[in-house]
Design a protein around this ligand. Sequence first.
Ligand code: ZN
Length: 543
Amino acid sequence: MDDLLITNARRIADGAPVSVALREGLIARVNGGPAEAARVIDAGGRWLGAAFVESHLHIFSGGVALNRLNLAHVHDEATLAAEVRTWAETRTDLPLICGYAANYDLVGEGRRPDRHILDAILPEQPLFIVSTDLHAGWANTAALRACGFMDAVPDLPGAEVVLGPDGLPNGELRENGAMDPVYALDQNGGRENLGIGGHEPGAVTEAARAADKAAILDALKTCAAHGITLAVNMDGNLYQARLFTELAQADLLPIRVSLPMTLAPGQDDARIAALLEAAGRPPVGKLSFGRVKMFMDGVFDTWTALRTDDYPDRPGFRGEPLFAPARFAEICIRADAAGLQIATHCVGDGAVRAVVDGYELAAKANGRLDARHRIEHLDMVHPDDVARIADLGIIASMQPVHPPGSAGLPLEPTISIMGRNRWRDTFPWARLKSAGVGLAFGTDWPVSPLSPMVAIHAALTRRAWAEDVPDQRLSLADVFSAYTAGGARADHREAQLGRLEPGLAADLILLDGDPRALMSSPDACSVALTLCARRAVHDTLSG
Ligand SMILES: [Zn+2]
């Protein structure tokens, strides 16, 4: 007898009627066969398909962001007060109330917040509000006192604790040097941001570890609610590896996690060796290793993307690679020889070229087949490199919510910094796909919203910035594929995940609403049920 039978569903791929029988965590049959099962779910015509693979996100910082208040829409003091008080009401036990994405006109046009305004809103509990560009924040007196700024104002290189007319801090803190002591008050102590730079926290108390695990589990439950059953976490460090391993051993991970370890240019050989050792560990329950992550460049908005031509407004300047070519090649050859997959952040086409060069040297040195090394983001590609990417079997791990003009992002300054004559080479999903490159989609959450529906809508409706710029839109089937089978293949799991076929894991979603309507709105569809290895990890049906 089967464990679970889902009947009366429509297949996401083509709308055809479908039923599935599940047994021991796997799909036993698709359509047909005897219909006897311990439990039967009548899907009521809902849409059934493989669960999503989120190929690039940041689980720990995403989980921490869930406990922060989004203030993007606030432009006056009364609204700010109401929002903060409502948020804080149910969070009196938190050591810090933190708002983010705040505009500089947060308390009204031409005014700047200060600690007195914030004290009137929240007098006792430490409060910190961070600007949308992350370069400034405003703290109330309780927060300033808790980090010692009311007793002594430190002299900080490249950062500033702004003083009021009374000679005391007025609440405004500029740049990370001044903001970090306030983040450290938070229950996660800023530890959520360490992995991305390849760093580890110092001594962590038991209570802090518990808070960090809680943030991670919050993030994974949120993934499950969005229909995601495999999340590729792009900022692994040894600390996170320990937390995730403990959660996996206790079978507390609701969904599958793939955890690449972050290698950074400043790390010495001992540190690299320790990270490669961790990356080579075997899977533990729903947790898997097997990969490393690096950065080759930054982003266009701060002129830190590495390009093959000059920045239009900076003749002679093309950006700097974060790894020297020889060092990058050496690490690639080592990781590749150890059977690890390499994922590298490349935004500019110069970074893409440098990374393809490194992967090519690793392939020559080791002769390893089907390594499926990855490029993360790939915002710009030089036409000469497309065939090389395809020939080397490199995976393009891309985020449909990232092109300027998509998902509410402004066009400027990014498209001017990229340069008019390079628009044709940006976010080239369709071009890479037609060249035979494997696509895997994700969101980079919490950089962008986690919802696959928002990303799918963005992928379907992306508009070219000018008439002579090629259309990079993909079909609905191709977009779903990049979010399911493509992501599974990118994680070397096509035999386990990503398709509705017998023998694959019972990682399935049921959608309310017609997926074809995602063309007109991201709200057209929502996830009614998420199964991960047959276990319901999100369920709106039985409630
Ligand atoms: Zn990222």
